[in-house]
Design a protein around this ligand. Structure first.
Ligand code: NDP
Length: 286
């Protein structure tokens, strides 16, 4: 039988991109399933993105991830954008369907999968507080709304940005999403089931920073989660654990957005434990 030496290709396009660890976990999953696939981590400048997408088509690549600064700019370069990615207004994953390139967003979906798989929580009927109104917050709020959350309160430092995102997503999803001001310390309401830090507070190297929130009213069942994955144990999660609250780290969202991308590209379920281990090893997490 003729051998096939031609690998299938996927990639991550970004700038800067060198510190993006996604390739490590995808390659580990390809190896574990014996797939002759390669994940290339490629620096692409903003003015070269359109050429990179043309190149991707020419190479017959199976898909790609987009990271800073390409998540919005890539949208008009694609053949279609999935409905939730259109709501979010950003694409972090492209998959190929025949000759067409379809834009998806797996960030919020990855967060929800982590909620379900790692924390055992379904967002349906839950009351959530999301700190932040940037790209990660928008993806998480959108998927919480589509997942049937009873209420999402958006708390953000810049009132215009927070209020705008809350009213836009409320109008587009029909869900109860509203903005709450973040003046000083935000007191997390006792009715909340879920608190998500989707700001960059606590992100390396600012590891001693903690979002100014007060957990005194928190119910014992409150789950505190953090989108920040470096470090995985943020000050916020440590504070939650000290109070005996459950905590979900940002590695969960990072791994599951990759798990969903893998499935979209290959049609196969990747070994999630292999991906988690590869990621932890790459990030030097014991
Ligand atoms: P953006 O730059 O789009 O948004 C940053 C958000 O953080 C804004 O809401 C901003 O508020 C807020 N913020 C930043 N600094 C402060 C501060 N000192 N005080 C109060 N609010 C602050 O970033 P992203 O949404 O892309 O990323 C947010 C975090 O999520 C990052 O840490 C990123 O690493 C993480 N992330 C994790 C992923 C994962 O898979 N785990 C995936 C994607 C992101 P304002 O509007 O007022 O500026």
């Amino acid at each position: 039988m003729a051998q096939n030496f031609q690998a299938e290709l996927v990639a991550c396009f970004g700038q800067p991109v060198a510190e993006n660890p996604t390739g490590v976990m995808q390659e580990a999953a390809f190896r574990a399933l014996g797939l002759n696939w390669r994940y290339l981590t490629v620096e692409v400048a903003p003015q070269d993105l359109a050429d990179a997408i043309v190149g991707m088509r020419a190479f017959g690549m199976r898909g790609c991830n987009l990271t800073i600064p390409h998540k919005v700019a890539v949208m008009p370069l694609l053949d279609a954008v999935a409905p939730d990615a259109a709501l979010i207004g950003a694409v972090n994953t492209v998959r190929r369907e025949g000759t067409r390139l379809i834009g998806e967003n797996t960030d919020g979906k990855g967060f929800l999968r982590g909620l379900r798989r790692d924390a055992g929580i379904d967002p349906k009927g839950k009351r959530a507080v999301v700190l932040g109104a940037g790209g990660a917050a928008r993806a998480i709020v959108t998927e919480l709304a589509l997942g049937g959350a009873a209420e999402v309160r958006v708390v953000n430092r810049s009132p215009e940005r927070g209020a705008q995102m809350a009213s836009d997503l409320a109008a587009k999803t029909g869900a109860h999403i509203r903005y709450e001001a973040w003046d000083g310390t935000y007191r997390v309401p006792g009715a909340a089931d879920l608190l998500v830090n989707a700001t960059s507070i606590g992100l390396y190297p600012d590891v001693d920073a903690m979002p100014p929130v007060d957990l005194d009213d928190a119910r014992p069942e409150l789950l505190v989660s953090d989108a920040v994955f470096n470090p995985p144990e943020t000050k916020l999660l440590a504070a939650a654990r000290r109070r005996g609250l459950a905590a979900l780290d940002g590695l969960s969202m990072l791994v599951y957005q990759g798990v969903l991308g893998f499935k979209m590209w290959t049609g196969q379920d990747p070994p999630e434990d292999v991906m988690k281990r590869a990621l932890a090893q790459a990030l030097g997490i014991p």
